[in-house]
Design a binder for this molecule. Structure first.
Ligand code: EPS
Length: 384
């Protein structure tokens, strides 16, 4: 399974092609749209989200809501394009737009300007924009449908925004999902959620932005996805690559993550137990469900840290690329905080990588074959 995206933030739209999805999988465009809508929500999102109502148009690979095994191509229109037809025209037109020349620290503006030899860093920011994550979420929705067939469930929640951290120890496990989706910031701790909203409000009033942290939890992943045999086959390495490539994500942690630096070995690992009905199990999950680059059957728990968005209404110090004079960075429209959206994007990143690993292990051009193979494997593991 592999996918590729195309599209600029203010161009006509976003395209995504995902290949390798087995035939026979039920995929409804409404389910993809639900994921796209989840990505658009969250307190702190900018005006752009009031313009867009992201929906997917399926071009190929699906017939009568069932996958054909051929490449699935999907399109998400940018409604805002109607306001940018000249600026983003693919043909040569007279545009009176001034070039963007005052790069935002933390964005792709300056390195992209130097690397590509452009005269206007709009040529860079259009593709660097997190708008591209809508296409990734569409690909993720297809993979989510695949994982659902194997009863692999995925949830995510916001665990921190700025200096406000959530405490979910008192939230009942089966309520986490409901409470997360009800919260304006996708945080299941109601008190922290309210504080996060207030903090985002304050940051917005000051022309500032905020980052934070999200946690993704995937349950019922069969053991043995990924492999210890080669560096680029390790499941944690692959998930980390996929997650860190999300715009503004600066750190990825599995299980106890950076806390492990200060713990003795006796408190760092998950002791192994066995029960005839449960099979092998652990009472802790410091490894976050992955050992030796392979899923171990415990829930996969991975968190992502997102930096504060670098488009500040109250801009940072910069330099005019044409005159080399001191300047304030361009103040372009953006979000104050997009951490709630990152949770949804991170889910997509994780499910695509898990779907790939699942197909590698169990093969199958058709869902039927894949299911058969998974069942045979599960039987073998049971009687190990
Ligand atoms: C985004 C669309 C963008 C930004 C944001 C994410 O729309 P616009 O630039 O028209 O406001 O709101 O992009 C960034 C945070 C960024 O740094 O580029 C979206 O659809 O998620």
């Amino acid at each position: 399974i592999r996918f590729t995206t195309a599209g600029e933030s203010h161009g006509e739209g976003l395209l995504v092609i995902i290949e390798g999805i087995p035939a026979g999988l039920t995929i409804n465009s409404e389910d993809i749209d639900i994921e796209l809508a989840r990505r658009q929500r969250g307190y702190g999102r900018g005006q752009r989200m009031c313009i867009e109502t992201d929906t997917v148009k399926i071009f190929s690979g699906i017939r009568h809501a069932v996958s054909l095994g051929s490449p699935i191509a999907m399109y998400i229109a940018n409604k805002d394009f109607r306001n940018w037809t000249k600026i983003m025209s693919p043909t040569s037109v007279d545009s009176e737009e001034m070039p963007l020349l005052k790069p935002r620290p933390g964005h792709a503006d300056l390195p992209g300007f130097m690397k590509y030899g452009v005269n206007d860093f709009r040529d860079i920011l259009e593709r660097a924009s997190a708008r591209e994550t809508a296409a990734r979420v569409a690909a993720g929705a297809v993979c989510k449908a695949l994982l659902k067939e194997f009863e692999i469930n995925i949830v995510s929640y916001t665990s921190q925004i700025g200096d406000v951290a959530a405490d979910i120890s008192s939230v009942e496990e089966d309520k986490i999902w409901h409470d997360t989706e009800m919260s304006y910031v996708r945080c299941p701790d109601a008190k922290a959620s309210e504080k996060m909203v207030q903090l985002i409000k304050k940051a917005g009033e000051k022309g500032d932005t905020l980052g934070g942290k999200v946690v993704v939890v995937i349950k019922n992943v069969p053991p043995g996805l990924g492999s210890h045999t080669q560096w680029d086959l390790k499941l944690d390495g692959r998930l980390a690559q996929s997650l860190i490539s999300i715009q503004a994500v600066k750190a990825v942690e599995f299980g106890a993550g950076t806390k492990l630096a200060s713990l003795f070995g006796s408190l760092s690992h998950d002791e192994i137990f066995y029960d005839v009905t449960r099979g092998f199990y652990r009472n802790t999950n410091r490894a976050g469900g992955i050992e030796g680059g392979m899923s171990n059957g415990e829930p996969i728990v991975v968190s992502c840290t997102m930096k504060a968005i670098p488009s500040l209404a109250n801009p940072l110090h910069s330099v005019n690329l044409a005159t080399k004079e001191t300047a304030e960075a361009e103040a372009v429209r953006s979000d104050v905080c997009a951490v709630p959206a990152v949770g949804v994007v991170a889910e997509a990143a994780v499910v695509v990588e898990l779907a790939k690993a699942l197909k590698e292990k169990f093969g199958g051009d058709s869902l039927k074959d894949m299911k058969k193979n998974v069942n045979i494997y599960k039987e073998r593991i049971k009687v190990l």
